[in-house]
Design a protein around this ligand. Structure first.
Ligand code: C2E
Ligand code: MG
Ligand code: MG
Ligand code: MG
Length: 284
């Protein structure tokens, strides 16, 4: 861990750091320490970001997002938490926690007669664990959750690294054969490559919100996204737009034939109960 590294390398390293690096390091160490506590006490909760199917108007899947409010440090946003967790390896425990929550919640909704697919974000380190497949199987079984209700999201950075690691691709393929689906997240921000689509079992492409936020102003971007939607259709890959905030964006994306959208125009991340209410409202 970072803490151990600093201890091993001694105080010399700290005194040679600039003040801002020093602040950053102190903050990282604090978060790391509290994170270990939080993991021991299951001190996280989960919010769900609804995804609306454009053709039916229905919410049939949600993305589970981790939320952490530490009693000492206050709210730590995922953008700060995840890189630290990835660096220290604690991301594997967060991943398992999210997997548990996703399966538990999907199973609860299934029992209530709501077939809602739950996706969660994963980091490549989780797939470097050779027991990943076993873990997923046992958690699905524990909650009696059908595998087709679970989707795992990963980024292009993950895909780029996974390419060189057979074991990771194998684990993804195995899970895919067993009914789990995969989504390529933040599409377009990394190293988008045709190879991933060939190599990895990708069922969904999620267009990053940075593109959606400028779609109204940029004709060229509109054409690119239109092309991407056609591309997805011909490959049987679902195309989802992230970060849809306005009615204009929503209308344009639906005209283009985008399969699904998520973002504040549909809903911000909400609790499981609120997801149920949203679906009930939709149905009347
Ligand atoms: P992401 O997977 O792309 O998740 C979408 C993020 O966009 C979420 O931020 C969500 O709250 C935010 N968002 C949703 N709709 C809108 C919108 O209309 N406008 C804008 N501006 N933002 C919107 P959040 O929850 O802060 O998560 C940030 C990132 O942190 C996620 O991006 C994901 O990469 C990562 N993350 C979150 N939870 C987890 C987790 O449990 N495990 C891992 N490995 N990563 C996670
Ligand atoms: Mg995501
Ligand atoms: Mg994303
Ligand atoms: Mg993101």
């Amino acid at each position: 861990t970072t803490l151990q590294k600093v201890k091993l390398e001694g105080g010399g390293i700290i005194s040679s750091l600039s003040q801002s690096d020093h602040h950053k390091l102190t903050r990282t160490l604090q978060i790391e320490k509290r994170l270990i506590e939080a993991l021991n006490h299951n001190d996280f909760h989960v919010m769900y970001l609804p995804q609306r199917n454009v053709a039916t108007g229905k919410v049939t899947s949600v993305e589970a997002l981790v939320r952490w409010k530490d009693e000492v440090l206050g709210v730590i946003h995922p953008d700060e938490l995840i890189p630290i967790a990835e660096e220290t390896g604690l991301i594997n425990d967060i991943g398992t926690f999210m997997l548990e929550k996703a399966c538990q919640q999907a199973a609860i909704w299934k029992q209530k007669g709501l077939g809602i697919k739950v996706s969660y974000n994963s980091s490549i380190r989780e797939f470097r664990d050779k027991n990943m497949v076993k873990t997923v199987r046992s958690v699905l079984k524990k909650y009696n959750c059908p595998s087709d209700l679970i989707q795992i999201e990963f980024t292009e950075k993950f895909a780029l690294e996974a390419e060189a690691e057979k074991k990771i691709i194998q684990q993804m393929q195995t899970l895919h054969q067993e009914g789990i689906t995969f989504a390529l997240d933040d599409f377009g921000t990394g190293y988008a490559s045709l190879r991933y689509l060939q190599l990895l079992p990708i069922g969904k492409l999620k267009i990053d919100k940075s593109f959606v936020s400028s779609i109204m102003q940029q004709k060229k971007l509109q054409q690119l996204i239109q092309g991407l939607i056609h591309f997805g259709q011909s490959l049987d890959v679902i195309v989802v737009a992230e970060g849809v905030e306005t009615k204009d964006q929503f209308n344009l994306l639906s005209e283009m034939g985008c399969d699904a959208v998520q973002g504040y125009f549909i809903s911000e991340p909400i609790t499981a109960e609120e997801v149920e209410r949203l679906i009930m409202l939709n149905e009347v």
